[in-house]
Design a protein around this ligand. Structure first.
Ligand code: 9WO
Length: 259
């Protein structure tokens, strides 16, 4: 996959592409990153890329011409891929979107700065707006890195057997991950759950599944609606819900008697 990035800060992407899965994907030639700086397409002596907002107010807006020229230059190497603008107004990025973007041969990620980009540029040159979450950043760069990171690890051959996407409970079944432990067996009096030391792989698999289910129900119950869970999983979730209610009732009863 070829990813073009339009950014006033290409150095951020150079640093990011030197580490981890992104570096691995590039070494394996599964990923190519190409940054284009709108400042290099500004035509005035001061290389201006921003201007005051029509209608007044604080801050600056990214000018159309340098940004448009940069996007055009970027599309030379990524002709058919979508042009994506990272903004809080966009469709929410998630694992399913990462999977569908990973199937593309190319894409262009446009990173805004200041108060944003001229709306007419969005109308003319942006195919879709994508948000990585409901917060305001100082620019789109870190959001673009989230997209690059999530997508690169899905490219063919990038993850080894050890980190297989199939093993990842979120990717496989839409559940949160189970907890992880490594040596030593005891840390400040906290022991690794006995089951993980048992060598009983059937029991370990079941425990991890139940941990993933419990955490998803407790922390992100919204994910259960689309999760890939079977009758046994549902029965377990019902059991822990009932257990929680029973404990709460016992607690209330105790409080009543203590009064
Ligand atoms: C600035 C601002 C100032 C006052 C009131 C509201 C405001 N919103 C913004 C704003 O959205 N600035 C953006 C900064 C302009 C475009 C790039 N920036 C950005 C992208 N911030 N956050 C994102 C982003 C992108 C993707 N997913 C989450 C957040």
């Amino acid at each position: 996959m070829e990813i073009g990035v339009v950014t006033l800060f290409p150095a951020l992407f150079e640093a990011y592409s030197e580490v981890g899965m992104v570096r691995k994907a590039m070494q394996q030639q599964q990923l190519a990153l190409n940054t284009v700086n709108p400042r290099d397409y500004a035509t005035d002596t001061h290389r201006t890329v921003d201007d005051r907002p029509f209608g007044g107010g604080p801050g600056m807006v990214m000018k159309v011409e340098p940004l448009q020229a940069a996007i055009k230059a970027c599309k030379q190497t990524t002709p058919n891929g979508p042009v994506i603008y990272l903004s809080p107004q966009g469709q929410r990025f998630d694992q399913a979107m990462a999977e569908s973007l990973a199937e593309q041969a190319s894409m262009v990620l446009v990173c805004g700065r200041y108060e944003g980009i001229d709306e007419r540029l969005i109308e003319m040159d942006i195919d879709r707006e994508v948000s990585v979450g409901d917060y305001v950043l100082s620019g789109g760069e870190t959001a673009a890195m989230c997209v690059i990171d999530a997508v690169s690890r899905l490219l063919p051959g990038v993850l080894g057997d050890a980190e297989s996407v199939q093993q990842d409970s979120f990717t496989a079944d839409g559940l949160l991950d189970h907890p992880h432990y490594t040596r030593p067996e005891s840390v400040a009096g906290r022991d690794v759950p006995e089951v993980l030391l048992s060598g009983d792989h059937q029991r370990i698999r079941q425990w991890r599944r139940q941990q993933a289910l419990t955490r998803t129900q407790e922390r992100r119950p919204d994910l259960l609606a689309d999760a890939n869970i079977d009758e046994q999983d549902r029965a377990f979730l019902k059991k822990i819900r009932l257990e929680k209610i029973r404990l709460e009732k016992a607690r209330l009863e105790k409080a009543r008697l203590d009064k």
